[in-house]
Design a protein around this ligand. Structure first.
Ligand code: ATP
Length: 352
């Protein structure tokens, strides 16, 4: 089911929580709403579920306008952070509940509950009570309960936040597998960028009720639309720069420490003030400079086996983070190095 959100705004009393949000979620997509606490992502999910009404704008499932349609008429399945299972019902009954209120009975009811429990691999736990299950198992049951009704849209609100780190990784894989098996249009709310990057077909990054950027994980990480997206989706170093020259899609950027070549999708005019950004893993420490290096001084080194974390000073800026994977050459604090930054790994954004 295609889900279209068009110019949706929502206030709670006088506080605007969603401001003219527009998103087109494709059929079968695993779509993420990502942003810091309070940015409005849960409000948007609840609005799609029908728990809230929009003050302005439209929500459509396929061609059908959903404004004013109550939650139980939307055929959505929802999974919450706290599982929200019925404690007095067995696993099987918890999953069957959604079918009971839809008056699905007899063999069809049995078959669908069994199928849903199989999808989440909980067939062997059907007669347990929720309090006899681990957090991960409870969340699987909550997923089965959402899937059993064969929803048009599956809505997941921070489904992994209550689980410990190891289980969270396992359940990520599970959610991906279940989505691949069922291909239900899924909208997933999280503030965890790793979760979003590792699972999403596309992500909408939100801030203060607005969409900052919508794109595939690779697009957001490598071509963020602004500094907020760049910093929220991962770590990024920033240097002040100015465009010194532009030649066939490549800009020569002047910084306080020297010049660098940067690939730039939109060619920026000579003299424009820019932020020059790069991810810690984009840089390589060399002993000698070349045309893609800036001079830097090592401030601090942390050896972690797999990687070595450097803090560098570049011109007037200190605390620049660089990661060296599989480190074979060590550079000590105080040492002068050449930091190599490939043109394709640089992020150029306008600086006001
Ligand atoms: P979190 O990750 O912390 O859940 P979120 O991005 O999901 O954050 P929302 O829960 O959508 O954010 O809340 C957005 C804003 O709306 C917050 O400032 C919150 O305090 C406010 N808010 C949410 N629900 C209500 C409500 N029922 N009444 C009044 N204000 C609300």
């Amino acid at each position: 089911m295609r889900v279209t959100i068009e110019n949706v705004s929502k206030r709670f009393e006088t506080t605007p929580v969603l401001r003219e949000v527009s998103i087109a979620i494709e059929e079968r997509e695993l779509f993420f709403l990502l942003g810091p606490s309070g940015c409005g992502k849960t409000t948007l999910l609840r609005l799609i579920a029908g728990f809230y009404d929009a003050d302005a704008g439209e929500v459509r499932f396929g061609e059908r306008r959903m404004n004013g349609v109550p939650p139980h008429r939307r055929n959505t399945g929802m999974v919450f952070q706290n599982y929200a299972l019925w404690p007095h019902m067995k696993v099987w009954e918890n999953v069957a509940y959604g079918l009971d209120i839809r008056k699905v009975r007899g063999a069809a009811r049995r078959q669908r509950v069994d199928e849903a429990l199989e999808i989440v691999r909980m067939g062997g736990y059907r007669d347990r009570s929720p309090n006899q299950l681990s957090g991960g198992q409870q969340q699987r049951v909550a997923l089965a309960r959402a899937l059993v009704i064969k929803p048009d849209v599956l809505l997941l609100d921070e489904p992994l936040s209550n689980l410990d780190a190891q289980l969270r990784l396992e359940m990520r894989e599970e959610i991906r597998r279940i989505h691949e098996e069922t291909r239900i249009t899924t909208i997933y709310v999280t503030h965890d960028q790793d979760e979003a990057l590792s699972l999403a077909d596309r992500i909408a990054v939100m801030r203060e009720g607005r969409i900052e950027q919508i794109g595939a994980p690779r697009t957001l990480y490598r071509h963020p639309a602004n500094r907020f997206v760049a910093d929220f989706i991962g770590e990024c170093n920033w240097l002040e720069g100015e465009i010194a020259a532009v030649d066939s899609g490549r800009a020569r950027v002047r910084t306080a420490a020297g010049e660098l070549l940067a690939d730039t999708p939109e060619v920026t005019g000579v003299g424009a003030r820019v932020w020059l950004g790069f991810r810690p893993e984009a840089g390589t420490l060399l002993g000698a400079p070349d045309e893609h290096t800036l001079p830097a001084t090592v401030e601090r080194v942390t050896y972690l086996g797999r990687v070595e974390q450097y803090r560098l000073r570049i011109g007037p800026i200190d605390g620049i983070k660089v990661l060296q994977t599989n480190p074979s050459q060590h550079h000590a604090p105080g040492e002068s190095v050449a930091l190599q930054l490939p043109p394709g790994d640089l992020i150029l954004l306008p600086r006001g």
